[in-house]
Design a protein around this ligand. Structure first.
Ligand SMILES: Nc1ncnc2c1ncn2[C@@H]1O[C@H](COP(=O)(O)OP(=O)(O)OP(=O)(O)O)[C@@H](O)[C@H]1O
Ligand SMILES: N[C@@H](CCO)C(=O)O
Length: 321
């Protein structure tokens, strides 16, 4: 459960009073997520999500995330939007953290995605990329190469306590990416964390995307690689080429991928596996005392990383150029 920051009733009532959403009826911590504190807030006017932004979110980035959600929603991508206060602002302060109230999106996330779900997420990702082309803001990816290096430092030689030899694996992997990370591929604003728990489905249809708090300007195909890792592996960590093909076909039906982007898929997937292994590792080693959170398993991503290390062409994922 991700509740790092508790909110008392008096502070909550004062915060909500700045909005035109009626009085608070209930406010409950949400039993999912690892990054921010989320509450489901019920007021006299309906249901909302109250988010308090935690350690990994730089408050100067918050306007980018808020504007992005508004832009995507106006462009036809179903996603939450920030609720405006009476003074027009969308960001405030609650319990010492930056905080916002965003609209509640109906739907549930899929714990065991099927081939059809993978196709749907590919299409939604392509549509999101197309919609961000007209988004005027940008934000460098703080979790690209330099960020990975910083995360490795935060693991502080303690990686071997999770798996013998992991410190050396990380060092080798960082050196590899320093040398081989692709340059010159098409870039744009990407989601960067489009995992199953950030995609909602309703009556079998994709009903929306959430959690734009890693969104940034980076290689578009990297976002596809993130999804490949998050959606196309089975619980026993085996890659499922049918799901991979469905994801790619869905994406390419909406936004074509060039040969250069396709050829870069193995390294992009490998880098993405490293990125999630590192954030998970750092979180695993640093659970804040008293926080209600279940850290995610870094070794799941170590296994994916090992798989991608052995892949040298997109054909090995079952993809055609
Ligand atoms: N706008 C929304 N509408 C409905 N439910 C939401 C919304 N935003 C968040 N949630 C719920 O809260 C949960 C956690 O939200 P979110 O994924 O944004 O948290 P996080 O801590 O940033 O998680 P992550 O670990 O995926 O980065 C979601 O799985 C979902 O159940
Ligand atoms: N989606 C991420 C958590 C948020 O960064 C993971 O599964 O590791």
């Amino acid at each position: 459960m991700a509740v790092y920051t508790e909110v008392n009733d008096e502070d909550l009532a004062g915060f909500v009073a700045q909005y035109d959403i009626g009085g608070v009826l209930a406010c409950k911590g949400i039993a999912e997520g690892v990054e921010n504190t989320n509450y489901i807030l019920r007021t006299e006017k309906g249901a909302y999500i109250l988010t308090l932004y935690e350690k990994r979110v730089d408050r100067t980035d918050l306007p980018f995330f808020m504007e992005l959600m508004e832009h995507l929603s106006k462009s036809g991508v179903t996603c939450p939007t920030p609720i405006h206060r009476r003074d027009g602002k969308v960001l405030g302060e609650l319990a010492g953290r930056p905080a916002a109230i965003i609209s509640f999106l109906e739907g549930v996330w899929i714990k065991r995605p099927s081939v059809e779900h993978c196709g749907a997420v590919g299409r939604a990702l392509g549509a999101m990329h197309n919609a961000t082309l007209s988004f005027p803001m940008s934000r460098p990816n703080s979790l690209s190469l330099a960020g990975w290096l910083a995360l490795a430092r935060q693991a502080d030689g303690r990686a071997d306590s999770v798996l013998q030899g992991l410190t050396a694996t990380i060092a080798d992997e960082l050196a590899f990416h320093e040398q081989h990370w692709p340059r010159g591929l098409p870039t744009g604003v990407i989601h960067a964390d489009l995992f199953p728990d950030n995609v909602f489905f309703l009556k079998g249809k994709l009903s929306g995307l959430i959690d734009f708090y890693f969104a940034c300007s980076d290689i578009l195909a990297y976002d596809v690689a993130v999804c490949l890792n998050a959606w196309c592996f089975e619980p026993d960590h085996a890659y499922n080429a049918t799901k991979g093909r469905a994801l790619l076909a869905g994406y390419r039906a909406v936004r074509p991928l060039s040969d250069a982007e396709m050829n870069a898929m193995p390294i992009l997937a490998r880098g993405s596996a490293l990125r999630f292994m590192l954030t998970r590792l750092v979180d695993w080693l640093n659970v804040p005392p008293g926080a209600m959170v279940k850290p995610k398993d870094p070794l799941e991503y170590w296994k994916k990383l090992r798989f991608h290390q052995r892949v040298s062409s997109p054909a090995e994922y079952g993809f055609d150029l």
